[in-house]
Design a protein around this ligand. Structure first.
Ligand SMILES: *[C@@H]1O[C@H](CO)[C@@H](O)[C@H](O)[C@H]1NC(C)=O
Ligand SMILES: *[C@@H]1O[C@H](CO)[C@@H](O)[C@H](O)[C@H]1NC(C)=O
Ligand SMILES: *[C@@H]1O[C@H](CO)[C@@H](O)[C@H](O)[C@H]1NC(C)=O
Ligand SMILES: [Mn+2]
Length: 600
């Protein structure tokens, strides 16, 4: 009896929970207020129930619409003037009086910027498929955060105007320009007045002391009131319909960070053009930012967001909720450097995900040179890197320290709070990140550099007195054969020491010049070209048995004309003696393992 009563009570409790939830979820999906949606959904999930809404309501919620602002697009197409449509522009001689002085403080052609309209048009260089793409009708609201220190007036305003003009008004809640203690006069009151009079959605906050990029971003994030934070650099231009592709993946799962494609605004001419059609962000073991190729499945869907291991750093969207769950940036990171790794590792290791959205494009001025003096704070970048490595990278930190032994003696400061975040969020180990997200990184950037497949002299068997010789030539010049330097009585000038590196390229010993063949014809020259990592033109393999040097994917054999002392490649021929070469030192173990070393 008692048992039955208990069961009955349980039943009543459960059904009332169900009723409450049905009502709640119905309201959630009907509601237009995204913040409430998300919080309630989060609540539902946090107590272990996946809310199921009535069928038709789900359909409403998944409704997708065309977000293009065709009126605006039409208007921009008709614009005439300097630098319009992102065309390259030039100053006349008379206009060049402050060219040098403005270049020096900005690192780009700021005098030209002043001649180009603040609301200029940019070309729609998105993949054609983006024009037909629809996105969820219900998208979260956005605060755009733009930290700046002494940014040039017109490039700063162009950033803000491009955002305001090319964002759906009801999604864009505000643009916050975070003035990191700029010393240019217009950065204070004139800026505030301009914004109040002309750009009501844009406001500036002025930091009372120099705080650095990372803390300036945090200050902006703290002031932001919308659902999603979008961080931009202060010399950027948002392209057509840039916002919905950034927001949809976040609307679908708030633990998501999305980066736009970053286009190039050329520092001299302000030409707007593509950098490329996308790559996955990565790093090498000195923490230089690198890129990995798209995966085959990414290439099949050129307009769909693809997963990226690390962000480039300056331009990204993330829900405020997730950003703060992750503790924002580590405030112990000083000025700049390492913050993109910190946030990226955190996002992936702590249950989130990161995408690049090909249909969202933002132009960025890559400066010609950095105009700012060194802040004189010692190796602050090294300290930042060490903080990131110590908190997030586990045993992989050693690969960084192997290359930068001086980091061992750097004091990274107090890491207690960062480690507590990692514990509290039950974040995964770095090994998980390396094996599941950046799984192809070690092929291109091995934690421990493999040795060479071989090195030394390369002697011809058809003409055994001749060796491959670069003759100290430079880029774009042909490699030849010459009398072997190691033979007695044949001393002379020459450069006959080469390495077949683990990159599967043939290098002049001690230089980063590689043997390159671009000519598909018979007897194609072998020329020297800066090494670019064994792809295509620079791929070489040594066949120990046949004593062939094979070039390229559709292999041809290294060969020579002993009379003319010419070196070239041609179709492999088992009977040719001049195609056989003796390579002075070969690591047979490594050659036997050819496929598993470096890039395949
Ligand atoms: C508003 O913009 C116009 C046109 O760019 C400019 O002339 C004016 O000075 C601006 N207003 C303020 C208060 O700065
Ligand atoms: C080529 O370089 C290697 C290592 O740097 C050196 O040991 C070797 O003696 C050199 N060989 C010749 C032929 O100079
Ligand atoms: C050959 O390569 C293997 C694997 O990288 C390495 O362990 C070994 O020391 C190398 N041998 C020589 C003689 O360099
Ligand atoms: Mn920048």
């Amino acid at each position: 009896m008692r048992r039955n009563l208990k069961t009955l009570l349980k039943y009543i409790l459960l059904s009332s929970v169900t009723v409450v939830f049905t009502v709640l979820t119905y309201r959630i999906f009907k509601s237009k207020d995204f913040t409430r949606d998300r919080n309630s959904l989060g609540l539902a999930r946090s107590i272990g129930i996946e809310p199921l809404a009535p069928r038709e309501v789900i359909l409403v919620d998944n409704e997708k619409i065309d977000w293009h602002d065709y009126e605006q697009i039409e208007k921009e197409l008709k614009r005439l003037g300097r630098g319009e449509h992102g065309k390259p522009e030039f100053l006349s001689e008379q206009e060049k009086h402050d060219y040098d002085s403005l270049y020096k403080v900005n690192g780009f052609n700021a005098a030209l910027s002043d001649k180009i309209a603040i609301d200029r048009s940019v070309p729609d260089i998105r993949h054609k498929g983006c024009r037909a793409k629809k996105y969820l009708k219900n998208l979260p609201t956005v605060s755009v955060i733009v930290p700046f220190h002494n940014e040039h007036w017109t490039t700063l305003l162009r950033t803000a105007v491009s955002v305001v003009k090319r964002s759906p008004p009801h999604l864009l809640k505000e643009v916050i320009l975070v003035d990191d203690f700029s010393s240019k006069a217009f950065s204070k009151k004139p800026l505030d007045d301009y914004l109040a009079a002309n750009l009501t959605k844009v406001r500036a906050i002025h930091l009372p002391e120099r705080s650095g990029l990372i803390r300036a971003r945090l200050a902006g994030a703290r002031a932001a009131t919308a659902d999603v934070l979008v961080f931009l650099d202060s010399h950027t231009e948002a392209n057509v319909n840039w916002l919905p592709p950034l927001l949809e993946p976040i609307a679908q799962d708030y633990k998501t960070c999305v980066c736009p494609f970053i286009d190039v605004i050329q520092y001299e001419t302000f030409e707007y053009r593509a950098q490329d059609e996308g790559a996955r962000g990565a790093f090498d073991w000195e923490f230089f930012y690198k890129r990995l190729p798209l995966l085959p499945e990414d290439l099949k869907h050129p307009t769909e967001p693809f997963k990226s291991p690390v962000m480039a750093g300056g331009l990204f969207a993330i829900s405020a909720k997730f950003f703060w769950e992750l503790g924002g940036y580590d405030e112990g990171l000083d000025i700049w450097g390492g913050e993109q790794y910190e946030l990226s590792f955190k996002i992936w290791q702590c249950g989130g995900q990161m995408y690049d959205a090909p249909c969202s494009r933002v132009g960025h001025i890559y400066r010609k040179f950095a105009p700012f003096p060194n802040p004189g704070k010692g190796d602050f970048v090294g300290r930042n890197y060490k903080r990131v490595a110590e908190v997030w990278m586990d045993e992989y930190a050693q690969y960084l320290y192997m290359r930068r032994p001086q980091y061992k003696n750097l004091d990274p400061g107090d890491l207690t709070q960062q480690r507590a975040i990692r514990d509290q969020l039950h974040c995964k180990p770095f090994k998980w990140f390396m094996e599941n997200v950046a799984f192809d990184l070690p092929l291109k950037y091995p934690p421990v550099e493999p040795g060479d497949f071989g090195f030394g002299e390369i002697r011809n068997l058809g003409a055994p007195e001749l060796c491959v010789d670069s003759l100290f030539r430079e880029r774009d010049q042909a490699v030849a054969v010459a009398p072997c330097l190691s033979d007695a009585g044949r001393k002379g000038k020459g450069e006959q020491n080469f390495t077949l590196s683990w990159h599967k390229d043939l290098r002049v010993k001690g230089k980063s010049l590689c043997f390159d063949v671009s000519d598909p014809n018979d007897k194609a020259d072998v020329t020297l070209y800066p090494c670019h990592g064994s792809k295509g033109n620079q791929y070489w393999k040594y066949d120990v048995e046949k004593q062939w040097f094979l070039h390229g994917g559709n292999p041809r054999c290294l060969d020579c004309d002993p009379g003319q002392k010419r070196l070239y490649v041609r179709a492999c021929d088992e009977s040719s003696k001049t195609q056989k070469w003796r390579f002075e030192n070969v690591n047979l173990t490594m050659i036997a393992d050819w496929e598993s070393v470096g890039i395949k």
